[in-house]
Design a binder for this molecule. Sequence first.
Ligand SMILES: Nc1nc2c(ncn2[C@@H]2O[C@H](COP(=O)(O)OP(=O)(O)OP(=O)(O)O)[C@@H](O)[C@H]2O)c(=O)[nH]1
Ligand SMILES: [Mg+2]
Length: 234
Amino acid sequence: MEVSTGDGRHGNRPVNILSRWIRQGDDDDRDVLVLNVLLLGNRQSGRSSVGNALIGGHGFQTGTHIFADSVTTEFQVLSRNYPGFFRRQGKECDLVLRVIDTPPLLPHPQSVHKLCPEGVHVLVLIVRADLPHDNAHLEQHVERVFGPEWQSHALLVLTYADQVKKAGLDTSDYLAQTTHWLRALAEVVTGGVLFLDNSYDWPLMTGEPLRDRLLHLSARNHHRALKVRTEVSL
Ligand SMILES: Nc1nc2c(ncn2[C@@H]2O[C@H](COP(=O)(O)OP(=O)(O)OP(=O)(O)O)[C@@H](O)[C@H]2O)c(=O)[nH]1
Ligand SMILES: [Mg+2]
């Protein structure tokens, strides 16, 4: 497994994270697609667990906090290279996911820009399925930081899918019965909704459908990145 800590190196191979398509040397007829993925959600929503599912490891610290604190108090970037993840124009391509875990407060544009000067390819909005929710601030904030195009780059992940199952609901029943806010959010995000059960300890497998969905969404956007609007005042 090749996991790195955001300095753009993957194993012994330097990767230029400023370019989304990187050609390997002549002897290796392969391209590399680098995608910046930003995780957003309330405290204890399961952001770091989703990050681990994406990198297929345990690099992001997770845990329960009964008081108002969060386990994640600072931005953290971890990358993973998935060799030969997909084919493009008849050639095998590597997928590098550069995953940015965030503290629960809505991130300041300057902080995101510092970590992703080239922009963000996919926004993963994370909400706990087993708790009542209404977080209209999330969309307002994201729209101010990324502009109206954010919807085309976003997908919604509902964590604690195990609890939904325990309650005897299937996912379409759940969406039909959930709050107006969550239903509306599910309808506007181009990447759609994915239910995730992070209760068992096998992140590489848990993350598989999420990685596929994420790549598909980015391809719909021709792998263009959303630029961060650093000029906005919050
Ligand atoms: N049962 C169950 N537990 C989960 C799921 N996802 C996360 N958890 C647990 O919920 C707790 C919080 O998960 P984290 O991934 O740390 O959540 P977070 O949003 O990063 O939390 P903070 O950084 O503290 O705000 C951990 O104990 C996880 O093991 C899930 O899908 N099902
Ligand atoms: Mg966390």
